[in-house]
Design a protein around this ligand. Structure first.
Ligand SMILES: Nc1nc2c(ncn2[C@@H]2O[C@H](COP(=O)(O)OP(=O)(O)OP(=O)(O)O)[C@@H](O)[C@H]2O)c(=O)[nH]1
Ligand SMILES: [Mg+2]
Length: 469
């Protein structure tokens, strides 16, 4: 047991303003005895022997302050059935900050006189004890603090997700994956003199790539809040025949949507998923917007409009080889409420004037020149899509990270170790080197949940709490 946990700590755990109740919390081996010295139960009951989770009515008598009969209810939790896993007594009394302070003072000085080894708690010390005793992990301890401080619904939701262990589970899954790969690699090292191929270099590479992808995804999610599993909706929107279907096919690398030189080819919305550096996008190809010609087309356009409302990102496509002014007229600026990327397509054919012909209202968006035919500009388009997400331009209100700075930084370090192991594998270095990097990666991941910690890190984390928590 850590020496500092031998003592009993006490603090007022309600805020200092006036309220109906004030709560004093005491935790540690002498918690019950410290209260017993000053408390008189309303019925003949020995609070030292009551079962855990008992509440006891009664009064405090503070002889030194000449104040008697302060009404209070005690909530008694026996070791290990409490937040700190120690004996805990919560004193609920009248909501006067002065009274609570007087009571706390009396308990501390009485405890001091009777050598009960009780003292005022440090900031966050109750939660620190809960962590040290294995009640919660470090991410949950940090989440507790975030919940107390949360200033928005989004932040509160993210902190609660963290408290329930979502983050720890994800980290654990990632760690298990690395540990399992490491075990295979180490077995291969141990049996290298025998002629059995336990894991091939290619298998190692594939597994490492998948691990790297998962950590990157988690990092990106941590920067962008929670991305829905559906992916980020990106709609291809524009006039008929500008090359929307050709672009979705080129981006996906497969023939998903029908392409033809006849305007009005696409009638239904075609959806497919595209992953860019671990971020999942749902691409939607739509019918080109045009003056409504027949009922089928106008219905298709209705569908485009409703998809437009659901999308997170609008990829506004122009035919760079056609009249830019005329195409712009079909697009209602009011519809462009989300993130917009302007794509000037068919740049393989393009006359040079297409950008200058683009009305000024569209020039405030990022512009990419592409060719669905040659693939030019597609990488840049993907880059911009990624940036919209990573730079947090998406859905500002829910843009709350599920990780804090420390957790993100630690995740980043473990990603570096995995990248190093990939490098070693690529350079055909011996399996020992790869295993070494992977061990560093798992140790680093362990830091997130607090499996490996130093006193410095703990002090820093818990000092940010308030006293009594
Ligand atoms: N040269 C060239 N032709 C292209 C390019 N992109 C598309 N096209 C051609 O333009 C025509 C229309 O392409 P689609 O992809 O069907 O256009 P769309 O925007 O989906 O058209 P609708 O579905 O009718 O709204 C086809 O003949 C394509 O081959 C490009 O980058 N360069
Ligand atoms: Mg089409």
């Amino acid at each position: 047991m850590l020496p500092e946990i031998q003592d009993t700590i006490a603090a007022i755990s309600t805020s200092s303003g006036r309220s109906f109740h004030a709560i004093i919390k005491i935790s540690g081996p002498e918690a019950i005895n410290c209260v017993k010295d000053l408390f008189v139960p309303a019925t003949r009951i020995d609070i030292g022997t009551v079962p855990t989770y008992t509440s006891v009515d009664g009064y405090f008598h503070l002889a030194e302050d000449c104040i008697n009969n302060i009404p209070a209810v005690l909530y008694i939790m026996k070791q290990p059935y409490s937040y700190t896993k120690e004996a805990v007594v919560e004193i609920h009394t009248l909501g006067s900050p002065l009274l609570a302070e007087m009571l706390l003072d009396a308990i501390l000085s009485k405890g001091f006189q009777t050598k009960r080894n009780i003292r005022l708690s440090q900031p966050g010390e109750f939660t620190k004890r809960a962590f040290l005793r294995g009640r919660i992990d470090l991410t949950q301890a940090e989440a507790t603090m975030r919940i107390i401080r949360a200033k928005s619904d989004g932040e509160l939701k993210a902190s609660i997700a963290q408290l329930t262990g979502t983050v720890s589970q994800q980290i654990k899954r990632m760690k298990d994956e690395i540990v399992s790969l490491c075990a295979h690699i180490e077995a291969a090292i141990d049996f290298s003199d025998q002629d059995i191929d336990l894991i091939s270099a290619t298998e190692i590479m594939n597994k490492l790539a998948s691990i790297k992808k998962n950590i990157s995804r988690l990092l990106i999610q941590s920067e962008t809040g929670k991305i829905s599993p559906e992916g980020i909706g990106a709609i291809l929107y524009g006039n008929p025949n500008v090359g929307k279907s050709s672009l979705i096919n080129a981006l996906l690398g497969k023939k998903r949507a029908i392409v033809s030189e006849i305007p009005g080819t696409t009638r239904d919305i075609v959806e497919d998923f595209l992953e860019i550096e671990g971020i999942r996008f749902k691409l939607m190809d739509t019918a080109g917007i045009d003056e409504e010609k027949d009922t089928v087309i106008s219905r298709a356009i209705e569908k485009t409009q409703s998809a437009l409302e659901r999308a997170d990102i609008i990829i506004l496509v122009f035919d760079g080889n056609a009249d830019m002014g005329k195409q712009s007229k079909e697009i209602k600026l009011d519809d462009l409420t989300h993130n917009v990327i302007v794509v000037i397509n068919k740049c393989d054919l393009q006359k040079n004037s297409s950008f200058s012909e683009l009305p000024i209202a569209f020039k405030r968006y990022p512009v990419v020149h592409t060719s669905a035919l040659t693939g030019e500009g597609l990488e840049k388009l993907k880059e911009i899509l990624k940036e919209i997400v990573t730079e947090g331009q998406l859905n500002q209100s829910s843009n709350v990270s599920i990780f804090n700075v420390r957790q993100r930084e630690t995740l980043q370090r473990s990603l570096q170790s995995v990248q190093q192991s990939i490098k070693s594998a690529k350079n055909n270095e011996s399996y020992e080197f790869i295993a070494l990097d992977l061990h560093t990666a798992t140790d680093t991941l362990g830091e997130i949940a607090g499996e490996v910690t130093t006193e410095d890190i703990l002090d820093k984390i818990f000092s940010e709490f308030c006293i009594g928590k």
